[in-house]
Design a protein. Structure first.
Length: 202
């Protein structure tokens, strides 16, 4: 995956190692199992989807590096880059027409699919956001990322920043948000919190 971008940057050793490992894992068809990190949140109450997307946009503006992609330059050197056309969009699925039991099964399958789907590292964003509507006032927000972009710690900071930004613009409508599940990729020895996302977007 050769990349030609004017704003390409060399990778620090930790990300370079993850890039190499990700390529090997992809070739062995275990890429998503070793590289994806996921958090599933339950949101009870009224959810303004447009407001949630605005919160996503605000977090991205606060730290544009979350739209980074990764690959190799023409000389074969590992790099990160930010394509100007990359955007992070919230996707939605409505399961309300299913029976209660079928909704739970369908939601779990969607979460597993998000977790098992590989990210093309050269085609960011390397974050997926899926909002699943379970009932009129019940939704699940599935946040999945690749650990070359966000390690387990940074992934948690991203989720916190997103929820803080979303809730900051809401009136007191009694929204309740809790974590349903977390799935971390296999820990990588060099992972460390190099990057810090603000708790609140500016």
């Amino acid at each position: 995956m050769t990349v030609r971008e004017r704003d390409a940057r060399p990778l620090p050793p930790a990300q370079e190692a993850i890039l190499f490992e990700s390529r090997q894992a992809s070739e062995s068809r275990t890429g998503a199992l070793t590289c994806n990190v996921q958090t599933v949140l339950e949101i009870i109450g009224f959810v303004d989807i447009a407001a949630l997307q605005r919160a996503v946009d605000a977090v991205v503006r606060a730290d544009p590096l979350v739209l980074s992609g990764f690959g190799y330059d023409a000389e074969g050197r590992p790099i990160s880059f930010q394509p100007r056309e990359a955007t992070l969009r919230l996707r939605t699925v409505n399961l309300r027409e299913l029976s209660s039991a079928d909704r739970a099964v369908a939601a779990q399958r969607l979460e597993e699919h998000e977790r098992s789907e590989e990210f093309p590292l050269g085609a960011p964003p390397l974050i997926r956001l899926l909002l699943i509507r379970i009932a009129d006032r019940e939704r699940r927000l599935v946040v999945t990322s690749h650990r070359i972009l966000l390690d387990s710690w940074s992934h948690g900071e991203f989720v916190s920043a997103l929820i803080d930004e979303f809730c900051s613009g809401l009136p007191r409508l009694g929204i309740r948000i809790r974590t349903l599940s977390k799935h971390d990729a296999r820990p990588f020895p060099l992972d460390r919190p190099d990057r810090v996302l603000p708790a609140r977007a500016a």
